[in-house]
Design a protein. Structure first.
Length: 124
């Protein structure tokens, strides 16, 4: 009976040591869980902040996209107008050069005629 009691006491001691080890492990795991919960809360807060920032950036992006499209249309229209006005300018420059040539020719002819007119008047 004493032997049986000793065996049971040793078994109880072994089980007590295991329970103590398990309680320490439980305590460590509880601390880790608390740390993980705090990390999860921080991550959730960061997620909310990033989500809010993303929504803000998305709104700004949409606004900028609309402005870009408006500016792009304005640029295309201005580019078309520039091409038309460049063509008109080239045409006017050509007409100016043509008129300048005509003017020079008429001036030359006028001088020739003026010289002859005076000669003619002087001769009479």
């Amino acid at each position: 009976m004493n032997i049986k009691i000793l065996e049971l006491e040793e078994h109880i001691t072994t089980l007590t040591q295991k329970v103590t080890g398990l309680e320490k492990q439980k305590s460590r795991l509880s601390q880790e869980i608390e740390i993980l919960i705090l990390d999860l809360e921080k991550a959730n807060n960061n997620h909310r902040e990033v989500k809010a920032r993303l929504e803000t950036v998305d709104r700004e992006y949409k606004t900028l996209l609309v402005k870009y499209e408006e500016l792009n249309m304005l640029y295309e229209q201005t580019s078309k107008d520039l091409k038309v006005r460049t063509a008109e300018y080239t045409k006017i420059v050509q007409e100016y050069e043509h008129i300048k040539e005509i003017h020079e020719k008429l001036s030359y002819d006028f001088k020739k005629l003026s010289g002859r007119w005076w000669w003619w008047c002087w001769w009479w």
